[in-house]
Design a protein around this ligand. Structure first.
Ligand SMILES: CC(C)(COP(=O)(O)OP(=O)(O)OC[C@H]1O[C@@H](n2cnc3c(N)ncnc32)[C@H](O)[C@@H]1OP(=O)(O)O)[C@@H](O)C(=O)NCCC(=O)NCCS
Length: 194
């Protein structure tokens, strides 16, 4: 979660702190709950980089956000969160729903989908991200998956994907990302044919 917070600035963008903490947990453990692949590179200071992804039809990782009970818990936690106006809570739910439906119009979430990918700032540019992506792509190929997809936005390091050989299959404006960063919300769906 420290790597994810450093990469996207949950504590910086979201107020009150309880919302930042909950959203960070949801983004990290929620991504893992949707995944069947998880790999990290680690050195003497702990984890340097991580990649979670959907892959085939095996067992998913179980977290507090897994399954229908996880969805219910998410909704209940958000709705009972202190220090956030009810209008803002409903605004988040509306914008997440819009984000999901705009994304689905471009391309439904595939069997090989990267759900979370980040490296600690101090560990970037050392080849860890490429190593993790190679491992994920190989894993998907071994399962007979013919393409890897992912979603990213203009606030993220999307240049990595262009460089790696992914191409953009569609673009959309995400009200969720706009609300999060205060930016344009410009978001992309990328794919890589295996
Ligand atoms: C994306 C990210 C995980 C890459 O990890 P990394 O360990 O720094 O990447 P690597 O060192 O393995 O780089 C591999 C190659 O991609 C290139 N690359 C890395 N980031 C790049 C970027 N933002 N734009 C263009 N090229 C990039 C490197 O130059 C390197 O090229 P080479 O192999 O030809 O020498 C890291 O930048 C990050 O955590 N960013 C913040 C979180 C994020 O935006 N995640 C992904 C979007 S959802």
């Amino acid at each position: 979660m420290a790597i994810v917070d450093e990469a996207w600035g949950f504590s910086e963008h979201l107020q009150p702190p309880a919302l930042a903490e909950f959203a960070l947990r949801l983004y990290t453990a929620g991504s893992l709950a949707g995944s069947r692949f998880a790999a990290v590179t680690a050195g003497e200071h702990g984890v340097d980089a991580l990649l979670f992804g959907r892959a085939g039809s095996g067992e998913r990782f179980r977290t507090e956000f897994s399954g229908p009970s996880g969805r219910l818990r998410t909704l209940r936690t958000l709705l009972t969160l202190r220090g956030l106006a009810i209008g803002d809570k409903l605004g988040w739910i509306r914008d997440i729903t819009r984000h999901e439906s705009r994304r689905a119009r471009i391309q439904p979430i595939g069997h090989g989908e990267v759900t979370l990918f980040a490296a600690a700032k101090a560990a970037r540019g050392k080849g860890y991200g490429r190593r993790l992506m190679d491992a994920y792509v190989d894993h998907c190929r071994g399962l007979g998956i013919d393409r890897v997809t992912l979603e990213t936005d203009v606030e993220s390091s999307y240049g990595f994907y262009d460089h790696y050989g992914f191409s953009v299959v569609g673009e959309f404006v995400s009200p969720m990302n706009q609300r999060f960063s205060g930016g344009s919300g410009r978001s992309f769906v990328y794919e890589l044919h295996l």
